[in-house]
Design a protein around this ligand. Structure first.
Ligand SMILES: [Zn+2]
Length: 386
């Protein structure tokens, strides 16, 4: 496949040929193509979509394929399937299900370079736990985590923990020793507990500014403490609903663009028609604007919008195209020591083609990669193989 497209970082137009998803030829050109190209997004927190849920053991391979195809449609070339708080049996079964899926379709291990365990060792306080079921939040248990990691075939690469849980600091130390990235999230930790968690190895905050009680002491509180902690990175859900513009701008400035990254935190109900649903052991509601709420409560339950929407939010805030895509494609890979695609012959990305003009909307055209979703039941028009 031959195309001309401009590189997102500098606007340089290239004549490109892709073969099997890799750049086979690369020449600068004086043409002015309307298409752009960039590394596809890597999002470390995808819960599911279209009614399919990574936290459920009953999700079929066709469901996984549908999630991957839908994510690709929104520019997400790879991501961490995210399993949230549940009983030990449920979490074990969810990871075993993922392990079976990767064994069935080995290419999916490229799309899923790891998994994110968000919970169950998080706060049980209302608001702080968000949509995590109160019944199953608990203190960290290393032996239980080892069972989860075994069920996941060692592929859990990120764990979101509340530092105030009994035993959390030792747990964070052990995870860090094993190379698992620890995130602070769904927490009501004190200043001292946050500092101790970072000393123990915590690297980032999960969706900073969300997973909080609706009302906080003015100061100190866990949002200020995480904002001011320069050793912590932070993910933000910039879908236009999870954070008001003022909070988003404040996080971007306090963390700087070097230590912040985008996650869409898309939930299993994303892409579903408005209405009431039962999922994550909660009564949830999809609103007409796509928001997913805990029914009868002012709390969002994951996002109904994907990473491309978050990039558009950052562009609206005045970030450059280069900066906005960096936070979704480059920064996320850097945090997990994953290779960042570079423009050179042989590089397999995954690459993303998109349309954009200054002041306009960013719109994904397609993902170019070597991985085929590879199961029946998938709209073949959503997949482009070269
Ligand atoms: Zn969360």
């Amino acid at each position: 496949m031959r195309i001309s497209a401009k590189y997102f970082a500098n606007g340089q137009p290239y004549a490109l040929q892709f073969e099997q998803g890799r750049i086979a030829e690369l020449k600068t050109t004086t043409a002015d193509p309307s298409l752009w190209f960039a590394p596809a997004f890597f999002d470390p927190q995808i819960n599911g979509c279209l009614g399919h849920n990574f936290s459920s053991a009953s999700t079929k391979p066709e469901g996984f394929a549908a999630i991957i195809a839908e994510c690709q449609r929104h520019g997400i070339g790879s991501f961490f399937p995210t399993v949230i708080t549940g009983s030990q049996e449920t979490i074990l079964a969810a990871f075993k299900n993922l392990t079976r899926a990767v064994a069935t379709v080995p290419e999916w291990s490229t799309v899923w370079p790891g998994y994110h365990l968000e919970g169950p060792y998080v706060s049980g306080a209302k608001g702080a736990r968000g949509a995590h079921p109160a019944e199953w939040v608990r203190d960290p248990d290393w032996n239980e985590f080892k069972k989860f990691q075994d069920a996941a075939a060692g592929r859990i690469r990120m764990v979101t923990v509340a530092p105030e849980r009994t035993g959390a600091l030792k747990f964070i130390e052990k995870l860090t020793t094993q190379g698992v990235v620890v995130a602070i999230g769904h927490t009501c930790a004190t200043s001292e507990q946050i500092a101790a968690a970072v000393d123990a190895g915590a690297r980032t905050s999960t969706h900073l500014g969300n997973g909080c009680p609706a009302v906080l002491p003015r100061h100190p509180n866990m949002v200020w403490d995480q904002l001011a902690e320069d050793r912590l990175w932070a993910s933000v859900i910039a879908d236009g609903y999870h954070l008001p513009t003022s909070v988003l701008k404040t996080i971007l400035r306090a963390k700087t663009l070097d230590r912040v990254f985008l996650t869409c935190d898309v939930g299993p109900l994303a892409g579903m028609s408005p209405g009431k649903y039962r999922d994550w052991d909660n009564d949830l509601e999809v609103l007409p604007d796509g928001r997913i709420m805990v029914a009868s409560a002012p709390f969002l339950a994951g996002s109904g919008h994907f990473t491309d929407t978050c990039v558009n939010t950052l562009l609206t805030l005045g970030l450059s195209l280069h900066e906005a895509i960096d936070l979704a494609s480059v920064r996320t890979r850097q945090l997990f020591d994953m290779p960042v695609p570079v423009v050179e012959v042989g590089n397999g990305g995954p690459w993303m083609l998109f349309e954009w003009s200054p002041g306009g909307i960013f719109r994904v055209d397609r993902i170019v990669d070597i991985v085929c979703v590879g199961l029946v039941g998938i709209d073949s028009e959503k997949r482009v193989n070269f």
